[in-house]
Ligand binder design. Structure first.
Ligand SMILES: Cc1cc2nc3c(=O)[nH]c(=O)nc-3n(C[C@H](O)[C@H](O)[C@H](O)COP(=O)(O)OP(=O)(O)OC[C@H]3O[C@@H](n4cnc5c(N)ncnc54)[C@H](O)[C@@H]3O)c2cc1C
Length: 410
C-alpha cells in the first residue's frame, strides 16, 4: 500500500511541504487538510498589496485546484483537525472523520492574539483573508484609524492605510518606537520618524486602557488619559500558535509544537512554520519564528526528511524577515536590536538606503537590518553564523556601493 502523508494547515507551510514532497520524488498519497474554505493563499500581502487593493485574491493564491491535481496533492478544504492519536497514526476532523497517516505534518500556523479590550464592530485583527477583506472595506470608508501595536503587522497597516489615502491614522504602542525589539533604539527611532513623516500620529511609550463604543463611533482610551476617536481600530498585538487541537495528544506543547532539529515532534509526526518550536543552534534555545522564509525552509527540510528517511537533514536557521512600509523595504537577518552594539553603513543612495550592522559582545557579526539595499542584505545573510567580525562585514557591505565614474563612492 502507498504511504500516506497528511498535512494539516493549508497555507505556505502546508503547501510548500506538499510541493517539496513531490519535488523530492515522494510517491505516496499527499493530503492537504485546511480549515479554511478558500484556496490556499499567502499572508504577507494581507497587510500590503491586498489590503491596498493593488493585488487580488488570485494574485496571492498559493495552489489552484488544477495545480494540486497535477501535483497529486489532494486538497481537503473547510475541514478543521480536532485531535491526533500519535500511536494509532490518525487525526480526527471536526465532523468526526478519521484520517490515517504514515507521516503527519502539522502546519496549523498561528492566529491573531484577540483584542483584550473586547471585540466590537469596527475593531479588527489581521491574520486571514477574511480579516483583510473586512478591514479593507472599513478603511475604504476613511478614518480615523487607530492601530494598536507597532510590530510588523501594525506598522504595515498604518503605512498601507496612509497609502490608501486614510487621512487620520494613529499608531500606538507601549514600546518607545516601532519594532523596538528587533531594530534597537536608534533604528526604531528612524522608523517612528518614518511614520510621523508620512502623516501618522504616533503615541509611543503608552499603553491602551480600553476601547469604548458609542453612537459617535469608537473611542480608544490611552493609559495617559488621552482619547482617540476612531471609525476603525486594528489590534496588532501578536499571534498565538494554533496548537489547541493537539492538547490531548502526547506531543510536547510549549507555545507551539516542540520539535527536534529535524522538525520531528514524535515518530512520524513533524511540524513546520509558525506553529513549530525548533532548536536554534546559535541561540541554544527553542525558537518559534513567525516568518515566511523560515516556514518555507522548514517545509523543504521536513519534506526531505519524510521522503528520504535514511538521510535526514537538520534545520540550520538563518533568521530573515522583511517588511514593506511606505516605499521602503526593511530586511532583517540574524540577531539584531536589543542591547547589541551597532554601526550604520550608508548605502548607494544614502538618503534612502543604508544598513545597520550588529555585533555580539565579542565583536563578531551578529546580524543586520538593511533598508532599500538588497545587495547588502545578501552579503549579511550569508555572513550570519560565520566567524566574521563586524568590521570584516562592514568592509564587504561598503564594497557593495557602486563606484562613480570618478572612482569615488557616492
Ligand atoms: C498580515 C501578515 C503579514 C505578514 N507579512 C510578513 C512579511 O512581510 N514577511 C515575513 O517574513 N512574514 C510575514 N508574515 C508572516 C508569515 O505570513 C507567516 O510566517 C506564515 O504565513 C506562516 O505560515 P504557516 O503555514 O506556518 O501558518 P499560517 O499562514 O498561519 O497558516 C496556517 C493554516 O492552518 C490552518 N489551520 C489552523 N488550525 C487548523 C486546524 N486545526 N485544522 C486545519 N487547518 C488549520 C489555518 O486556517 C491556516 O490556513 C505575515 C503574516 C501576516 C498575518
Amino acid at each position: 500500500m502507498n504511504p500516506v502523508t497528511v498535512i494539516v494547515g493549508s497555507s505556505i507551510g502546508g503547501v510548500r511541504t506538499a510541493q517539496a514532497l513531490r519535488a523530492s520524488g515522494y510517491d505516496g498519497e499527499v493530503l492537504l487538510v485546511g480549515e479554511e474554505t478558500a484556496l490556499p493563499y499567502d499572508k504577507p500581502p494581507l497587510s500590503k498589496g491586498l489590503l491596498a487593493g493593488k493585488s487580488t485574491v488570485e494574485d496571492i493564491t498559493l495552489l489552484t485546484e488544477e495545480a494540486a491535481a497535477e501535483a497529486g496533492i489532494r486538497l481537503v478544504p473547510g475541514r478543521a483537525a480536532t485531535g491526533l492519536d500519535v500511536a494509532g497514526r490518525w487525526i480526527e476532523l471536526a465532523d468526526g472523520e478519521r484520517l490515517r497517516f504514515d507521516d503527519l505534518v502539522i502546519a496549523t500556523g498561528a492566529r491573531a492574539r484577540p483584542s483584550p479590550w473586547g471585540g466590537m464592530p469596527g475593531v479588527h485583527v489581521l491574520r486571514t483573508l477574511g480579516d483583510a477583506e473586512a478591514l479593507a472595506r472599513d478603511l475604504g470608508k476613511g478614518g480615523p484609524l487607530v492601530v494598536i501595536g507597532a510590530g510588523f503587522i501594525g506598522a504595515e497597516v498604518a503605512a498601507t492605510a496612509r497609502d490608501m489615502g486614510v487621512e487620520d491614522v494613529t499608531l500606538v504602542d507601549p514600546a518607545p518606537a516601532p519594532l523596538h525589539g528587533v531594530l534597537g533604539p536608534e533604528l526604531a527611532d528612524w522608523c517612528a520618524r518614518l511614520h510621523a513623516g508620512n502623516g501618522v500620529t504616533t503615541r509611543f511609550g503608552v499603553g491602551v486602557d480600553g476601547i469604548d463604543r458609542s453612537a459617535e463611533g469608537l473611542l480608544v482610551r490611552l493609559a495617559d488619559g488621552k482619547r482617540f476617536p476612531a471609525a476603525t481600530v486594528v489590534v496588532g498585538i501578536g499571534a498565538v500558535p494554533c496548537d489547541d487541537w493537539l492538547r490531548s495528544s502526547c506531543l510536547r506543547l510549549d507555545d507551539g509544537v516542540v520539535c527536534d532539529a529535524y522538525g520531528r515532534a514524535a515518530e512520524n509526526v513533524y511540524a513546520v512554520g509558525d506553529v513549530a518550536r525548533v532548536p536554534h543552534p546559535r541561540k541554544n534555545a527553542l525558537v518559534r519564528a513567525e516568518h515566511w522564509t523560515s516556514t518555507v525552509e522548514q517545509a523543504a527540510r521536513v519534506a526531505h526528511n519524510i521522503a528520504r528517511k535514511e538521510s535526514p537533514r537538520a534545520h540550520e536557521p538563518v533568521e530573515y524577515v522583511w517588511s514593506d512600509q511606505y516605499d521602503n523595504t526593511i530586511q532583517i537577518t540574524g540577531h539584531t536590536g536589543g542591547p547589541l552594539s551597532a554601526v550604520t553603513v550608508p548605502g548607494p543612495d544614502p538618503g534612502r538606503a543604508f544598513a545597520r550592522l550588529y555585533a555580539e559582545p565579542d565583536g563578531s557579526f551578529a546580524g543586520a537590518v538593511t533598508v532599500n539595499w538588497p545587495r547588502a542584505l545578501i552579503t549579511c545573510r550569508k555572513a550570519v553564523g560565520s566567524a566574521a567580525s563586524l568590521e570584516e562585514i562592514r568592509g564587504s557591505v561598503s564594497a557593495k556601493r557602486p563606484v562613480t565614474k570618478t572612482g569615488a563612492r557616492p
